[in-house]
Design a protein around this ligand. Structure first.
Ligand code: ADP
Ligand code: MG
Length: 277
């Protein structure tokens, strides 16, 4: 018998991975509500390790609310959220804070502290959460600023830089603690197309260099098609997920509402003739 025949297959008898395997997030029958007002119900999807996953849908459909649930700032009305195989939504406050340190978050406003320089903005979470010296934190801050194309801007105040630069500084702060998961809420809101495109490229780069999983809330079609591996469409009409898949799949084979959303209000299938003429 040759060596290869006697060799035990690498995965034989391997118990299920304790960290949820390739699923970083698993959303199970999730219903989200503010009091009695149900925003979305029966959400079921997973986010795979290393992917760039988009949450898409029209204004007010519940995208930011879903993000708040995924980072543990809101509790499910029903269902649960697993983070790396662990019931995150049912975790203790202490455990939730521990998990939160594995997340980097760039909020919709992306607000930097206006009274601090960019370098200080980024150094703060470092000294606060990792207990390193201020000097070491300042060095890491400069490194992170360089990563987002802001080399030499550490001494600037937020009021002295453009909106696009502020977004990138916010990103540098979000990656200060080398997160496993990066969350973005409408990262390109208010940015011109060039800054927006630059931010998209940075998000891709962050995923590749940090090996992070990225969750993006957006209705920016250019970004969706440029960098999303997969997307879940939240359908405001039915108050549940309309479809999940790659942007191409959703545009070509998704339900009508999703196709219309991804094609600026026009169903690409129904108007096929018009295109071909
Ligand atoms: N704190 C809140 N209290 C009550 N209702 C809210 C609150 N935040 C958002 N909503 C409502 O929940 C729905 C979803 O909001 P949101 O998640 O912000 O949507 P999106 O991010 O997709 O624009 C909206 O109808 C909004 O008015
Ligand atoms: Mg929102």
């Amino acid at each position: 018998m040759s060596r290869s025949e006697t060799a035990i297959p690498k995965n034989a008898g391997t118990p299920p991975a304790p960290d949820g395997g390739s699923d970083v997030f698993k959303i199970e029958s999730l219903t989200m509500a503010y009091g009695d007002y149900v925003v979305m119900r029966d959400l079921d999807f997973s986010v795979k390790r290393g992917e760039i996953f988009f949450i898409i849908g029209g204004s007010g459909c519940g995208k930011s609310t879903l993000l708040r649930h995924m980072i543990g700032l809101a509790k499910p009305a029903a269902g649960r959220i697993l983070y790396r195989g662990e019931d995150f939504s049912g975790a203790t406050e202490e455990r939730r804070l521990e998990i939160l340190r594995e997340f980097g978050i760039l909020y919709q406003g992306g607000a930097l502290w206006s009274s601090m320089t960019l370098s200080e903005n980024i150094a703060l979470p470092l000294t606060e959460f990792s207990g390193i010296s201020e000097r070491a934190a300042a060095e890491i801050a400069d490194l992170k600023l360089a990563l987002v194309g802001l080399n030499g801007f550490g001494g600037f105040y937020p009021s002295e830089i453009s909106g696009g630069m502020a977004k990138r500084a916010g990103l540098a702060r979000a990656i200060a603690l080398d997160p496993l998961v990066l969350f973005f809420d409408e990262p390109s809101a208010g940015l011109d197309p060039v800054s927006s495109h630059r931010l998209d490229r940075l998000i891709l780069q962050m995923r590749d260099s940090l090996g992070a999983t990225v969750v993006v809330v957006s209705h920016e079609l250019a970004s969706i098609f440029a960098i999303a591996d997969r997307a879940v469409f939240l359908d405001a009409k039915s108050k549940t997920q309309g479809a999940i898949g790659s942007p191409r799949e959703l545009l070509e084979r998704g339900p009508k509402d999703v196709r219309v959303f991804l094609n600026r209000g026009v169903d690409p299938l129904e108007n096929k003739d018009a295109y071909e003429k």
